[in-house]
Design a protein around this ligand. Structure first.
Ligand code: T1G
Length: 697
């Protein structure tokens, strides 16, 4: 028997205990142990089998690290069929998160019991695949087609009480999984309960699958797994037999397992967990964090304060005047009321957070005892320096002084204090209480425990924290500036903003770059262009049409007009009829004869620009690993998760082809298209960005 499964016989019941921390993943040893355990139980004359997990959870699914490797026997589908076929009564007792292959093992058991806090689901679509061990055939048989489809295509886990209501489990009982499982198995034996094989249940009722398929494809914006998983559930309803359905499930499963989207989504799964695990932080103790200060109560400051309050921190919001402080409180209350509406917090907690945990202030001395202060004031260096000079005077020794700047030089800000080692950049994304990304910007003198505290705060706020070095725009905005410039260049050469937006939404982005610019506000880019103009290289191609739009007072959604025109109460905008003329005028002044672009060329150039700049960001050490860039773009810039991120996409596409295209584009504009040295090095050495991830984690 493998060590991953402990076998005991207690009376008439054989007990199989999973012992494969941290999440009892169904790796080959666990599968072997379960198979041997079932066989031994039958050989030992047991009358029932209890399966449960030691530690924090029942099986949380197949072992994702085995994906893409040759499948080692017993395969999970065969194991589930074997469990179901056992002549003994098999009971699964669940706690923690019974997910994917874990829930499939439970569904192949004859009876299921769970503790009230247990959650269960089939999240495989989030890995670019579908349930491949009978889940698409057994779940609809117990829960009905609609419930099964919802669970399988959304990948969302459900609570034990809901699973009971849906007929997925038979009982919910307080207690330890072992004890409640043993008691339930004994009760079934005493009652002479019969084996119940879900596979023997009648096929579930069919629905209009073709209509649902189109809906799922559209909703997936190119992600294949939900719609393909639906086809497997369809087989459960329409196949001649359970076995035929299982066969169809396997075919569709292998199709997805061999897809690029599976590579992208599994990369995202592990990178999301690796991104905040930095070798340099091993053994470093963060400073204590209980009270934080936020300076500036605009949209960003109020969002940061809201995120802090929701994570249990006390917040002092500093504004220059009582009116401004009251306005800041209004924004925070609005955010928190939204959380009440979404059921994230109770009305009581709302009262506590707004009346006890939040303090308004207009005097810097109110921040004297704060453990950390983050400023979100106007994005102007002189203003930042005034704030940090004051903070340096009033904050206690050991307090962390953080800036939420999106672009400015954190080293320069730190230098205006006597404690640069306590200064760090914490770059939130708007709305800060919603967006998952946090760039932890490490300045030259930032001490390592301050870095560790930045990541600790990120964890408290449930953020995806990414370490970034200091440069203009850090990781995300620097790369954004480049692919945005590429889009502007294509417009100057003949493309239209609307064609570009359509091409990129076709690639999987939720919004195209021009719709995003309208959402963020065109004045931000305008201010940035003005800030950089004095030091700009003469060879840089800079369009004039975006400035003209801003000079006419059109900043996007906030002014009702930008690249698109927005009508109150309507979602999205319609192309602004004034924009083409501005573009034509720009081309005329530069004597450019426009040409046609295909969507494929637009996407290729856009992605090559993104990958090239990302490779420079990694090459310069602004991002320590390619996965840091991938997670930044996924959680802050709407990059489609099923592509894994720009550098994972590049690895899948092939770096040599990308470099070759960049070299070709450089013949038109060798200033913009300077190939990244790291990209050239990787191609020359036949290596990939993933190799770098492995070497630096
Ligand atoms: N395989 C391998 N490693 C896993 C794993 C898994 N299934 N789940 C978690 N880990 C690792 C994770 O990388 C981390 O490692 C550590 O465990 C703790 O995880 C046929 C084929 C269970 C809700 O999709 O959603 O079954 O970083 O940090 O926040 O149909 O992990 O410490 O080195 O996330 O408490 C379906 C995936 C698989 C569930 C716990 N199952 N896991 O969350 O801890 S496909 C899933 C989760 C499948 C069959 C198919 C979460 C969790 P490290 P953690 P957590």
């Amino acid at each position: 028997m493998s060590n991953a499964i402990k076998y005991e016989k207690i009376g008439d019941i054989a007990v199989l205990t999973a012992q494969n921390p941290p999440v009892n993943a169904l790796g080959v040893d666990v599968r072997k142990g379960l198979l041997a355990g079932i066989q031994q139980a039958e050989d030992d004359g047991a009358k029932a089998v209890l399966i449960y997990g030691d530690g924090r959870t029942y099986f949380a699914g197949a072992d994702i690290r085995e994906f893409g490797k040759p499948m080692l026997d017993p395969g999970l589908p065969d194991l589930c069929n074997r469990i179901e076929a056992s002549p003994l009564i098999v009971v699964s007792s669940m706690h923690g998160t019974a997910l994917g292959g874990g829930l499939e093992v439970a569904l192949s058991s004859h009876y299921r019991i769970a503790v009230p806090s247990a959650k269960m689901g089939l999240p495989e679509v989030h890995l670019g695949i579908l349930p491949g061990a009978g889940g698409t055939q057994r779940l609809p048989r117990v829960a009905g087609t609609e419930s099964a489809l919802d669970m399988i295509t959304s990948g969302r886990p459900i609570k034990a009480a809901d699973a009971l209501a849906k007929g997925i489990i038979d009982r919910v009982t307080e207690g330890e999984p072992r004890e409640i499982g043993l008691a339930y198995a004994q009760e079934l034996l005493d009652a002479g309960a019969a084996r119940r094989a879900v596979g023997d249940m009648p096929a579930p009722e069919a629905i209009d699958f073709d209509a649902r398929y189109e809906t799922l494809l559209k909703k997936g914006r190119g992600q294949l797994s939900p719609a393909t998983a639906m086809r497997a559930v369809q087989a459960a309803c329409e196949a001649d037999s359970f076995e035929a359905g299982i066969k169809r499930e396997r075919e569709l499963f292998m199709e997805l397992m061999n897809s690029d989207q599976r590579l992208g989504m599994v990369h995202a799964f592990f990178s999301e967990r690796a991104v905040s695990k930095l070798p340099e932080l091993k053994g470093v103790t963060p400073r204590a964090l209980a009270d934080i200060g936020v300076i500036g109560g605009g949209t960003m400051g109020a969002g940061i304060a809201t995120a802090a309050l929701l994570s249990g921190l006390t917040v002092t919001m500093l504004e220059m005047t009582d009116e401004a402080a009251a306005a800041a409180k209004g924004r925070i209350l609005g955010n928190l009321q939204g959380a009440v509406k979404r059921g994230k917090i109770s009305a009581d907690l709302f009262e506590t957070l707004t009346n006890q945990a939040l303090t308004l202030a207009t005097d810097y001395t109110s921040l004297a005892n704060a453990d950390l202060v983050v400023e979100a004031v106007f994005e102007e260096m002189s203003v930042k320096k005034i704030v940090f000079t004051q903070l340096d005077e009033v904050c206690k020794p050991g307090a962390i002084l953080a800036t939420n700047t999106s672009y400015l030089d954190v080293n320069e800000i730190a230098a205006c204090t006597k404690r640069p080692e306590d200064v760090i950049g914490l770059h939130f994304f708007s709305p800060a209480h919603v967006m998952k990304l946090l760039e932890v910007v490490v300045a030259d003198k930032t001490s390592i425990d301050v870095v560790a505290t930045g990541f600790a705060l990120g964890k408290m706020l449930n953020k995806i924290s990414v370490r970034a070095g200091v440069c203009d725009g850090f990781i995300g905005n620097r790369i954004l500036s480049t692919y945005r410039a590429c889009a502007d260049h294509m417009i100057m050469d003949g493309a239209s903003p609307y064609q570009i937006d359509k091409a990129l939404t076709g690639f999987g982005f939720a919004m195209g770059p021009f719709a995003v610019a309208d959402l963020a506000g065109l004045d931000i880019g305008w201010a940035s262009r003005k800030r950089l103009a004095p030091t700009r290289d003469a060879r840089e191609r800079v369009p004039s049409f975006p400035d003209k739009l801003c000079e006419d007072g059109h900043f996007g959604q906030k002014t009702g007009k930008g690249y698109y025109v927005y009508e109150a109460g309507k979602r999205g905008g319609t192309p602004n009829p004034d924009v083409p003329a501005l573009i034509e005028a720009n081309r005329a002044e530069l004597e450019i004869t426009p040409r046609d672009f295909t969507d494929a060329e637009i996407t290729r150039r856009y992605m090559c620009a993104m990958v090239n700049e990302a490779a420079k960001v990694v090459g310069e050490g602004i991002a320590q690993r390619p996965l840091d860039v991938d997670m930044t773009l996924l959680f802050g810039y709407g990059f489609p998760r099923y592509r894994g991120g720009p550098l994972k996409w590049a690895d899948i596409e092939g770096l040599d082809g990308i470099l070759a295209d960049i070299m070709t584009y450089a013949k038109e504009d060798d200033y913009f298209w300077q190939p990244a040295p790291l990209l050239q090095q990787l191609v020359a050495e036949g290596r990939t960005f993933d190799d770098l991830n492995r070497e630096n984690s």
